[in-house]
Ligand binder design. Structure first.
Ligand SMILES: Nc1ncnc2c1ncn2[C@@H]1O[C@H](COP(=O)(O)OP(=O)(O)OP(=O)(O)O)[C@@H](O)[C@H]1O
Length: 233
């Protein structure tokens, strides 16, 4: 599904990602772990095309994405929910959801119907369709952001710390929804996450340190030592 090979990314002259290799198989949930500032968000931003690599490759389903701008990658099947969610606060929940369909072939011009599957995953969104996005709680905004991403029918969903700053009961709701998304749609998920319980839902982990991948394996084999080294909570 996703293949990242020998990726090197810089901010100006700062060398941020160093020779990163990573892959996500179809239907797999893969978790990136590591302390603050090691480059996890930078890696996701490079995969979606918001940052350019200096060297290395990013491939989706065997197709080289180098040189493709973010909207072309979105149409190619990559959806991205950034850290901090970035829903549009002045728009209603319905309008925010509609924006997700812009990634579909033909865009919003041809797609006006919100797939009810997102309401099965996140019932609260249906209840609050007419409410302004900015009036939702943090956890509800996160659910809205994930639902919006799903409406573009991606093959790969990237989530950057979806449970950051969210109350524990909603963390579990989001965790369950992500598992259900994978089980019911077969899409792949690459996420950055700090909650150990959520990390353990993933099939595979990659641990990063100083811009490089320093450990990886099935999450079932995540040892206490790895957890203590790479998770800050
Ligand atoms: N716009 C930027 N310009 C310059 N340096 C940046 C920029 N954004 C991030 N960095 C630096 O790049 C490094 C990696 O940041 P990144 O956000 O990818 O880390 P992270 O592992 O996702 O951590 P966090 O969980 O804190 O977001 C950090 O040293 C950070 O200071």
């Amino acid at each position: 599904m996703l293949e990242v090979q020998d990726l090197n990314v810089y901010y100006g002259e700062s060398h941020i990602l160093r020779n990163v290799d990573l892959s996500v198989r179809p239907g797999q949930m893969v978790c990136l772990i590591g302390r603050n500032g090691v480059g996890k968000s930078t890696l996701l931003k490079t995969v979606v095309g918001l940052l350019r690599q200096r060297s290395g490759r990013v491939e989706l389903l065997g197709r080289d994405l180098t040189g493709l701008p973010p909207h072309r990658r979105a149409r190619g099947g990559i959806a991205y929910v950034p850290q901090g969610r970035e829903i549009i606060p002045q728009l209603t929940v319905r309008e925010n959801l509609m924006l997700g369909m812009e990634a579909l072939p033909g865009g919003l011009g041809q797609h006006r119907h919100i797939d009810p599957v997102v309401f099965e995953l996140f019932p609260v969104l249906e209840k609050f369709l007419a409410r302004r996005g900015g009036d939702l709680s943090g956890g509800q905004q996160q659910q809205l952001a994930i639902a919006r991403a799903l409406l573009g029918k991606p093959k790969l969903l990237l989530l950057d710390e979806p449970t950051e700053g969210i109350q524990p009961s909603v963390v579990l709701d989001i965790e369950r929804a992500v598992r259900r998304i994978i089980e019911t749609t077969g899409i792949s998920v690459l996420l950055v996450e700090q909650h150990l319980h959520f990390v353990r839902q993933a099939d595979w982990y990659y641990a990063m340190q100083k811009g490089g991948v320093v450990a990886s394996g099935p999450t079932a084999e995540l040892s206490k030592e790895v957890v203590d080294r790479f998770l800050s909570v």
